[in-house]
Design a protein around this ligand. Structure first.
Ligand code: BES
Ligand code: MN
Ligand code: ZN
Length: 495
């Protein structure tokens, strides 16, 4: 998709369709007024007739515009002018692109960045337009021999006044980088486990690192992990024929001495549960257990593309979790890189085994903060559904910064407590700690486990089990929480 900023008057556009907003109570956006005036009050007449009321996400496509050189006009309802929120704004954008997708339109002029929202500037609004449009036109076709019908839309011009061009271009560049990162996260995630293996993920990271001068990659092999004593991570990959990889991406956009932000993403390319085998129904979705890893790789790519003045380390421990003669058995005790011993009471709680050694490894970078993202617990789906990711951490300032970023990015997270009392549930009679804490508060006890390996730095954990992909007939990766992390990084870069 080609996204650009256009400052030309709307009624001079050469695109196939202009997209303008209208509110309830017969209120028009400035562009809707311009078009109304140049078309003998066409829009006013349609509103008068009751064809569109202006409710949020309501749409009306005008296919022919008499006595005008405009090809088409898409009216998009925004709701009450004083009630429009960031999420409602995005909802209206999604409704607009949904209609466009059903037409043969190849180019549009989108005049929705002028919509007035509290605390939202042109930069943010233009970024949202690119993000929402791009999300809607994503089509998975990689492993289909019969390709889905291509979407005809190829060009999105976003109207912005000449005097705001600089802000507009910044928002555009951010939107394009974030949208590309969302696309690549979705693609890696949607690919099946027999294609997207740890080796495949490592290869993607190498390709990205090769395309930026200030990005390096190091792939730790199992032999390297042995030398480091990563007994927890290796105990998981022992049950799989695919060799584990620990992908380490280094982006140096900041001052040489600046402490890095370390992002860690769970990269389980397939989680069968291991010997504690999962039930059959829906097990295919466990190919998505690498979404955290894909997000980290893609976020580093977007950060480099935007040349953010930060140092960022991306760590992706990647493996499969399979049942095998050599796999972990319930009751096995493994020794982590930190020296702590772990009783593997359930081999399906494998993510934390990979993450704990990676958290220990992260110490070597003297991180400013460490943020891990993982499809870690089914319990998170029970607690928060598919709306918000779970947020837990040992530092209020970091958690607040992530909450704040999530609101701006419309990529919701909700904080859960990490109180001392919950640690009780991880007691083991035979090792320093157990890898599961029972049914109660599963998301919290998983984070409690991780916290024991993140004691030496400021750390936050995002449980994305409910948000990284959609289930059912719209099954597919969402690309979350790319937008949240990018917002956090943008805030850090400007702050
Ligand atoms: N990858 C799963 C978590 C998961 C399950 C994410 C379903 C999304 C949907 C993780 O490795 C896992 O299996 N966790 C167990 C932990 C339990 C054994 C303590 C779970 O949630 O059941
Ligand atoms: Mn599991
Ligand atoms: Zn898992």
């Amino acid at each position: 998709m080609d996204y650009s900023i256009e400052s030309r008057a709307l009624d001079k556009t050469e695109t196939d369709c202009v997209i303008v907003g209208i509110y309830t109570n017969r209120q028009f956006t400035p562009s809707a007024t311009v078009i109304d005036n140049s078309t003998h009050q066409l829009i006013s007449n349609l509103v008068e007739r009751g064809d569109i009321k202006g409710k949020n996400s309501e749409t009306l496509l005008i296919n022919i515009v008499p006595d005008s050189h405009l090809q088409r006009v898409l009216l998009v309802g925004l709701g009450d002018a004083d009630k429009i929120s960031p999420k409602l704004y995005r909802k209206a954008l999604a409704a607009a692109v949904k209609v466009i997708k059903t037409t043969s339109v190849t180019s549009v002029s989108c005049a929705l960045a002028e919509v007035e929202l509290k605390n939202a500037d042109w930069e943010w609004k233009i970024r949202q337009i690119v993000e929402v449009f791009n999300d809607a036109v994503y089509q998975y076709s990689e492993t289909k021999s019969i390709k889905p019908t291509a979407i005809t839309l190829q060009k999105v011009e976003i109207s912005a006044p000449e005097e705001l061009k600089k802000q507009a271009q910044t928002g555009l560049a951010q939107g394009i980088a974030i949208a590309a990162a969302v696309d690549s996260t979705k693609l890696m995630a949607d690919l099946p486990g027999n294609i997207c293996t740890p080796t495949y993920l490592a290869h993607q990271a190498v390709k990205i690192a090769d395309s930026f001068a200030n990005m390096n990659v190091e792939i730790l092999e199992e032999s390297d992990m042995h030398k480091l004593g990563m007994g927890a991570l290796l105990s998981v990959s022992r049950g799989s024929r695919q060799p584990a990889k620990l992908i380490c991406l280094h982006y140096q956009g900041g001052a040489a001495q600046a402490k890095p932000i370390v992002l860690i993403g769970k990269g389980l390319t397939f989680d069968s549960g291991g010997v504690s085998l999962k039930a059959g129904a829906g097990m295919d979705e466990m190919k998505y257990d690498m979404c955290g890893g894909a997000t980290v790789i893609s976020v580093l790519q977007a950060a480099a593309q935007l040349a953010l003045p930060l140092n960022i380390v991306g760590l992706v421990p990647s493996s499969e979790n399979m049942p095998d003669g050599d796999a972990n058995k319930p009751g096995d005790i493994v020794t982590s890189m930190s020296g702590k011993t772990i009783e593997v009471l359930n081999t399906d709680a494998e993510g934390r085994l990979l993450l704990c050694d990676t958290l220990t490894y992260a110490e070597k970078f003297h991180p400013d903060v460490v943020i891990d993202l993982a499809t870690l617990t089914g319990a998170c789906l029970i607690a928060l559904g598919r709306v918000a990711s779970g947020l837990l951490g040992n530092d209020d300032e970091l958690c607040d910064a992530l909450l704040h970023a999530s609101e701006t990015a419309c990529d919701s997270v909700w904080r859960l407590p990490l109180w001392e009392e919950y640690q009780e549930q991880l007691k083991s009679n035979f090792a320093d700690l157990a890898n599961v804490g029972g049914r109660d508060a599963g998301t919290i006890t998983a984070a409690c486990f991780l916290s024991r390996f993140a004691e030496d730095y400021r750390w936050a954990h995002l449980d994305i089990a409910g948000t990284a992909w959609r289930t059912g007939s719209h099954k597919g990766a969402t690309g979350r929480p790319v937008a949240l992390l990018m917002q956090y990084l943008l805030n850090r870069a400007h702050g």
